[in-house]
Design a protein around this ligand. Structure first.
Ligand code: XIL
Length: 457
């Protein structure tokens, strides 16, 4: 072990010399040679990001560290509801766009944060309730996700919706009081608006196995079983002077549900253990193949929202702290390599049967389940193949007069009023005998009251 370590430091030293002399030929390719957080994380297919503030982008020390070290960014405040829709229906994206462009121009992933949250709501939304709030919230999700369509790696669709303490239940909020289905309605609207963004649920105090994280776990498991679109869970990881002993096991149990996991807002109180805790978080992520990346919540201690706690990787002057070195070393020590991620989020439908080739013309059926509120609804349609496999389907849904489809997910609609026809998309047309898939749509007015028709082929 000692010998191996020695040998590695010799290699590192020669890599550094080689780099200086030959400007990056050959030796830099070794896994050990990466010297920034982003490049080290990229060696195992991951990202290392920072939350950034538009107001600091004029600070050369700040942007110097940002562009050198990080390959992902999250807007610290600029894409929140109060920032993006300060008055109802009037959207302001100037600062959000600055963060987006900063990230994209640096080749970084951009995490969108956060579409719906009980905090940092504009005043007008705080004073709404019931169906007016539900409609406004879903419209907010649709408008913001549409503005950033195709550019966001992952959205925190819903932030901090679970209660602290032992209940494992939802946090009370104006959004929660619109009905328990507000979270799934938000995810469906986000999927419809930007089908290529990964859709995350994000929370704090969920970093170990506890009642709160188990509440979230049960929601994710339920979403996956019912085909509600969800791709990832964010663990904020605002840590004090310790880390839960089951941190990695907790990430793994979520990953085992079939979602990615991400460390989304990491910061750790300065103290004797800061460097070790940072290393432990990094190692845990590297050990979970579906942990796709880590984001720290700020760059220098002086940028942190945790004033006086010095919880970040760079000191006030922008110097690397011991915690920085421990993260870099952990990243360079490697971990699992992620499977290549699909270009669009993977469908939640069962894989098509391969034993019998699909035949056109087999029968199918469809059923609808509705979440309605005054003035709007979300319909989830289950499509089931008959006794023979099918390789495509079209479902007809008749809406009451005055109702209209506003967006659909996992299907393409023709028309939006009267009898609307929904055709499968590329990944959910093939169904084995008896197999099913789900798609959905959102609408204004009342939802359908009759059973949909289904035609195969
Ligand atoms: C914080 C920002 O860092 C502060 O600038 C702002 O005043 C309040 O919000 N959980 C989250 C983040 O999801 O959005 C919060 O960010 C920190 C806690």
């Amino acid at each position: 072990m000692l010998l191996l370590k020695k040998r590695r430091s010799v290699l590192l030293a020669s890599a550094a010399v080689g780099l200086a002399v030959t400007a990056g030929v050959a030796l830099v390719g070794t896994a050990e040679a990466a010297s920034t957080l982003g490049a080290s994380a990229a060696q195992t297919g991951r990202y290392f990001g920072a939350a950034i503030a538009a107001g600091r982008l004029g600070d050369a020390t700040y942007t110097g560290i940002l562009t050198r070290e990080f390959n992902a960014v999250t807007p610290e405040n600029e894409m929140k509801w109060d920032a993006t829709e300060p008055s109802q229906g009037r959207f302001t994206f100037t600062n959000g766009d600055r963060i987006l462009n900063q990230g994209l121009s640096n080749g970084s992933k951009v995490r969108g944060h956060a579409l719906l949250w009980h905090a940092q709501q504009p005043g007008w939304a705080q004073s709404l309730s019931g169906s007016a709030l539900r409609t406004a919230a879903i419209n907010h999700v649709t408008q913001v996700a549409t503005h950033y369509k195709g550019k966001i790696y992952a959205w925190d669709v819903v932030n901090e919706a679970f209660a602290d303490g032992g209940s494992g239940g939802r946090r009370d909020s104006n959004l929660q009081r619109t009905g328990n289905d507000w979270i799934e309605a938000a995810f469906k609207a986000a999927r419809a608006a930007d089908p290529n963004a990964k859709l995350c649920y994000n929370d704090y105090n969920t970093d170990g196995v506890n009642a709160k994280s188990t509440g979230v776990y049960n929601m994710v498991r339920d979403f996956k079983s019912r085909g509600v679109p969800i791709d990832c869970v964010g663990f904020q990881s605002h840590l004090g002077t310790g880390i839960p002993g089951d941190y990695q096991a907790n990430l793994q149990r979520f990953a085992d549900l079939g979602v990615d996991v991400q460390i989304t807002e990491l910061d750790v109180a300065q103290g004797g253990n800061q460097a070790n805790i940072y290393a432990s978080v990094t190692k845990a992520c590297l050990a979970v193949s579906r942990c796709t990346g880590i984001t720290v919540w700020g760059i220098r201690d002086s940028d942190s929202w945790r004033t006086g706690e010095n919880p970040l990787l760079f000191d006030n002057s922008g110097n690397k702290k011991a915690a920085y070195t421990s993260v870099l070393n952990a990243l360079n020590a490697g971990g699992t390599t992620n499977p290549p991620s699909p270009s669009s989020p993977s469908p939640s439908s069962p894989s098509p049967s391969t034993s019998t080739p699909p035949q056109p013309g087999g029968a199918c059926s469809a059923t609808v389940s509705l979440n309605s509120w005054n003035g709007g609804f979300v319909a989830t349609i289950k499509v089931t193949a008959g006794a023979a496999p099918i390789n495509g389907w079209t479902v007809g849904v008749t809406l009451p007069s005055g109702s209209a489809v506003t967006n659909a997910w996992s299907a393409t609609n023709t028309g939006s009023t009267g009898t609307v026809s929904f055709r499968n998309v590329s990944y959910n047309g093939q169904l084995g005998a008896g197999a099913g898939t789900e798609f959905g749509f959102q609408g204004t007015g009342a939802g359908p009251t009759t059973t949909p028709t289904c035609a195969a082929g």
